[in-house]
Design a protein around this ligand. Structure first.
Ligand SMILES: *[C@@H]1O[C@H](CO)[C@@H](O)[C@H](O)[C@H]1NC(C)=O
Ligand SMILES: *[C@@H]1O[C@H](CO)[C@@H](O)[C@H](O)[C@H]1NC(C)=O
Ligand SMILES: *[C@@H]1O[C@H](CO)[C@@H](O)[C@H](O)[C@H]1NC(C)=O
Length: 311
């Protein structure tokens, strides 16, 4: 146990960028206190396990942060102040028949999980990943597009201090901004000045988007996923700080959205059907960067605000 703690403390030092040093003056005592608090929390979270599919919680890269720090640094989705569900242009969902399991990753149209680092830009990551996949579903190459461009240029959001995927989608739809390749405008994990590109610059602009409230209708949501591509959703991710694997079904509320992620698929083959959720906390978090969230009960508010993008 002692050596695991040591490794973890070391890990913390490595990932403490100067950005966070400014915001959160840290000390070893403070990290040790956060770790002790994490261990208590894990014991509580794991006491709910009833069957072998239930999520389990424990030490990971976030264990040295207090819940308050974790929330401030990583949970950057803010509610949209543009209409939540724009009445105009809500694309009807085709009545397709649902397989027991479906994952867009199997079609090779989902990029690798990214790492937002100390930037509360989940709202931009989820939207850009959805656009990348939607392009690939249409037969274009699966490219990495610039998240930094959305963070810097989406003026109706707060960059690394947070934002709303719906506001970002409205901005992309209204301005018809072309998203350039990630290599043209790489991720810096901090706010920067918006860079503009000439009209001739190649890039991707979106044609439209639709926002839905699927609470109580997660089968409809699965049909939307099948018909339109990966879906951008906002969730309550407070308990995700400690997530290691399994299906999240407790410790998560609806109506408390604070994080934006991408759903790439679902699996109904086991006892507990679940959504397959692509996060932006690197691939060492959760199940190689993914989480499984129970389907059908609006767990974590996953069905409350769902967006599909069209390119
Ligand atoms: C989990 O439990 C179910 C039935 O309760 C069983 O069929 C399944 O094999 C178990 N899975 C694992 C990974 O132990
Ligand atoms: C969708 O299709 C199924 C079977 O194909 C049918 O039973 C059902 O009534 C259809 N639902 C709607 C809303 O059309
Ligand atoms: C997106 O833009 C198009 C073209 O301006 C517009 O017709 C459509 O209503 C917009 N979609 C949403 C959801 O606002």
């Amino acid at each position: 146990m002692k050596s695991r703690w040591a490794t973890l403390l070391l890990l913390c030092c490595c990932c403490l960028g100067h950005g966070v040093a400014r915001t959160w003056p840290r000390s070893h005592q403070r990290e040790a206190a956060a770790l002790r608090e994490s261990l208590n929390r894990h014991r509580y979270l794991n006491s709910f396990s009833h069957d072998n599919s239930t999520a389990f919680y424990g030490l990971n890269q976030f264990s040295y942060l207090s819940p308050e720090e974790f929330k401030a640094l990583y949970l950057g989705s803010k509610p949209a102040w543009s209409p939540r569900y724009p009445a105009a242009g809500q694309t009807p969902i085709p009545n397709v028949s649902l397989p027991l399991r479906f994952d867009w990753r199997d079609k090779h149209v989902v990029n690798q999980v990214r790492n937002q680092k100390m930037c509360g830009g989940c709202w931009a990551f989820s939207v850009v990943s959805a656009i990348e996949s939607t392009c690939a579903i249409q037969g274009k190459p699966l490219d990495y597009l610039s998240v930094q461009q959305v963070i810097d240029c989406s003026f109706n959001n707060y960059g690394c201090s947070g934002g709303s995927p719906l506001s970002a989608l409205s901005w992309l739809n209204e301005t018809q901004v072309k998203l350039v390749e990630d290599s043209e405008y790489p991720f810096k994990a901090e706010n920067g000045l918006c860079r503009y590109f000439p009209q001739s610059q190649s890039g991707v602009s979106i044609k439209d988007f639709s926002a839905y409230d699927f609470s109580g209708q997660e089968d409809e949501m699965a049909k939307a996923l099948l018909s339109f591509g990966p879906l951008v959703v906002i969730v309550d991710a407070v308990s995700w700080q400690d997530y290691l694997g399994g299906v999240i079904q407790h410790h998560c509320s609806s109506g408390e959205a604070n994080h934006a992620v991408l759903i790439t698929g679902f699996d109904k083959t086991g006892n507990t059907p679940y959504w397959i959720v692509h996060n932006s906390w690197g691939n060492s978090w959760g199940i190689e960067g993914y989480a499984h969230v129970k389907m059908g009960d609006n767990v974590c508010g996953i069905a409350d605000s769902v967006s599909a993008v069209f390119v």
